[in-house]
Design a protein around this ligand. Structure first.
Ligand code: URA
Length: 189
C-alpha cells in the first residue's frame, strides 16, 4: 500500500495548476528524504539541475546544503526532508511569482502536515516569508527560532546567497544550522 505521502507525490507529479507547468519545466520536483523526518528544509524552487534530475538541491546550492548538513548537524540528506516553496522550475531562474507560490502552497502544506517535522528550516526569503506570514526581509527574520505549529521554525539565508556573499552569510547559515541542532535536541534557542 502506498503511503499518503507517496500518493500526494503521485498527484503532485501530474500538477498543471499554475503557469510554471507550461513555461518549460521538464518535471515536478516534489521533495526528497525521510518521510518521518524531525527536520525539514524548505527552499525556493528548482533550478536547472533539479529540473533535470527531479530532486531538490542537487546543484551548487545543494552541494553547500549537503556540506553544512554534515558539518553542522552530522547528518546526510537522507536523514531529513527537503522540499521547496514551488515544485516547478521558474524560467531563467527568475523568482517565483505570488500566484505561483499561492497555487503551489497546498502541496507544501500537505507535505508539512504528513511529515510533521519538529524543526523546519526555511532557506531564504520566499520560504521564510511564506511560512511566517511576514513581509520582513530575511536578514531581519533570521538569527532566532520561532514557535511554529507543533515545533519551531528557524529561518536562514538561501545557500545560493551564501555562495555569492562569502563569509558573512555562510557564517549565518552555520549559526542557524547549529540552532536547528539544538532545537532537535530539545534545547530552547
Ligand atoms: N534552490 C532552491 O531553492 N531549491 C532547489 O531545489 C535548488 C536550488
Amino acid at each position: 500500500m502506498p503511503t499518503e505521502l507517496e500518493l500526494l507525490r503521485d498527484q503532485a507529479l501530474a500538477c498543471t495548476a499554475c503557469k510554471l507547468a507550461g513555461l518549460g519545466r521538464s518535471q515536478v520536483v516534489f521533495g526528497v528524504g525521510d518521510p518521518a523526518a524531525d527536520l525539514l528544509f524548505v527552499g525556493e524552487g528548482p533550478g536547472a539541475e533539479e529540473d533535470r534530475l527531479g530532486e531538490p538541491f542537487v546543484g551548487r546550492s545543494g552541494k553547500l546544503l549537503d556540506q553544512l548538513l554534515w558539518e553542522e548537524l552530522g547528518i546526510t540528506r537522507a536523514e531529513c526532508y527537503i522540499a521547496n516553496v514551488v515544485k516547478c522550475r521558474p524560467p531563467d531562474n527568475r523568482d517565483p511569482e505570488p500566484d505561483e507560490i499561492a497555487t503551489c502552497r497546498p502541496w507544501l502544506d500537505r507535505q508539512l502536515a504528513l511529515i510533521a517535522p519538529r524543526v523546519v528550516v526555511t532557506l531564504g526569503k520566499f520560504a521564510t516569508q511564506l511560512l511566517l506570514d511576514s513581509k520582513e526581509g530575511i536578514t531581519r527574520l533570521r538569527g532566532r527560532s520561532y514557535p511554529w505549529r507543533d515545533g519551531v521554525l528557524i529561518p536562514t539565508v538561501h545557500p545560493a546567497y551564501a555562495l555569492r556573499g562569502g563569509g558573512t552569510p555562510l557564517a549565518q547559515m552555520r549559526a542557524d544550522f547549529a540552532r536547528a541542532k539544538l532545537a532537535l535536541a530539545g534545547v530552547a534557542t
